[in-house]
Structures are given as structure tokens and as C-alpha cells.
Write a protein that binds this ligand. Structure first.
Ligand code: FES
Length: 106
């Protein structure tokens, strides 16, 4: 099962096993990790699942949709490497990926 490393807002790192087909957001919520609020439940409308993902890791996920890009544009703390964790669907290729949880998720 793919292992995802979550760098938490307090700087701690938590590794979680997340089944392929689930999102990075679901992996966080199901492991009770702090920092990803996921208010909208994954429907790409709240941006409280904001994470930073470096370029190499981003290549392992589908590109951001226009909807995701627009939402991120208006998000606090947005950077070029910003993504919404609910839109990052995990595959076996994502094993070892590290995501940094934004500290602006509420
Ligand atoms: S959970 Fe709401 S946008 Fe990701």
C-alpha cells in the first residue's frame, strides 16, 4: 500500500499508508492527522485541504483542474506548488510522496 508522508503544520512528520484510489485528503482524515480540515468533504469547493507538493511529486498525480486552480488562486498562502489534497488521488506510483500541509486550513 502506498505510504504518504505528511509534514504537519507543527513541523512534525507523519507517515500513513493510504490505499490507491483514495485521496491525500482522505488519507489524512482517516488517520486523524491535524491540519487538513476538508470542510466540503472533497468536492473541490472549500480549499481547507490546501497542501504543498514539490514538482517531482506533483508529476505522480493528475494535473490540477481549472476549478482547483481557481480555488487555489484565492487561497491564503497559495504558492506555485499548492494543491488541494482532495484532488490528489493516490496510485501505487505515489509511494513515498511527501506533502506539506498548509497551516492556513483553519
Ligand atoms: S476538501 Fe474541500 S476543497 Fe478539498
Amino acid at each position: 500500500m502506498p505510504r504518504i508522508e505528511y509534514v504537519l503544520p507543527d513541523g512534525g512528520v507523519h507517515e500513513a499508508e493510504v490505499p490507491s484510489g483514495q485521496s491525500v485528503m482522505e488519507g489524512s482524515v482517516r488517520n486523524n492527522l491535524p491540519g487538513i480540515v476538508a470542510e466540503c468533504g472533497g468536492s473541490c469547493s472549500c480549499a481547507t485541504c490546501h497542501v504543498y507538493v514539490d514538482e517531482a511529486a506533483q508529476a505522480k498525480f493528475d494535473e490540477a483542474s481549472d476549478e482547483e486552480r481557481e480555488l487555489l488562486e484565492f487561497s491564503e498562502g497559495a504558492r506555485p506548488d499548492s494543491r488541494l489534497a482532495c484532488q490528489l488521488i493516490i496510485t501505487d506510483a505515489c509511494d513515498g510522496v511527501r506533502v506539506t500541509v498548509a497551516d492556513t486550513n483553519g
